[in-house]
Design a protein around this ligand. Sequence first.
Ligand SMILES: [Mg+2]
Length: 353
Amino acid sequence: MSDRKIIHIDMDAFYASVEMRDEPSYRNIPLAVGGSETQRGVISTCNYEARKFGVRSAMATGLARKLCPHLKVVPGRMQVYKDISRQIRAIFERYTQLIEPLSLDEAYLDVTDCTLHRGSATLIAQAIREDIRNELNLTASAGVAPIKFLAKVASDMNKPDGQFVIPPDRMQSIIDSLPLEKIPGVGKVSLKKLNDAGFYVCADIRQTDHMQLIRRFGRLGESLWNRSHGLDTRAVTPHRERKSVGVERTFSANISAFEDCWAVIEQRLFPELEVRLKKVPPERLIAKQGIKIKFADFQLTTIEYTRGRLELQAFRELLKEVLKRQNGREIRLIGLHVMLKPALEARQLLLDF
Ligand SMILES: [Mg+2]
């Protein structure tokens, strides 16, 4: 694993930077993107000017205002951020196909096999940041390391608009002096427990017995022990996410009447679709539901409704519509499907607005 070259790219104050880019009057003032004050809103992102006052992501807007009375709070423009996120991804794809997005503004890239810039991950990270600056007029920070968690730690070290490289031979010394709160996943509560037990930096963990850590801290102990020894075998996984869920049936004998088709949908396909949908992560939202028909002459046709949730009755309406294309033909196959919204979008909805 230690011969991997992993880059973690993190856009600087992403939403706020986009707003500053697009509105010059926001550039030299403390700015936050986030929820309104009337409905218990929280700050989603703030610029560095606002951070000087102690304003932070996920802070209640009311508190942010107390810390920084002249804070300008603007609503987010998710569609704009998503479009830019796609453009950033297109830049990444010039260098590698192994891209694992963590959110709209953050991703791991495995550039081990990239031959550009003599295969130097340092130069590749620089080039990516330059592309982002030149083409999108935004800044990004990068971390380069042989393992994922260190790449993420590194991208924070020269933020904003900087990068930090951890070569294999400097890995252990950097890990040893790393404060435990810098390890992704170590929250306030865990940190307090660790500090109370006398653990502050990774060296403290590394010098402690493996079993003792596990007994004391369970899974956290196990993963801290691994991190402290520079062990992180997680690969950069460019998961192709599922875009639809569908079920279908080919008939041994063709059918043609509306009620026969409906019986298949109501009694067979719809219950199967419900079961299949239960296996989809609950945060995935439904965008559309649709019907596919294959006629006896093998012509395929589909019809879709935009629907936020699965509805049996909507399929009945769709069936009526789609059978207008029947023209006396028999039907050899019926399928039902649901299109899903992208996972990122669903997660952003829960987190931000
Ligand atoms: Mg960021």
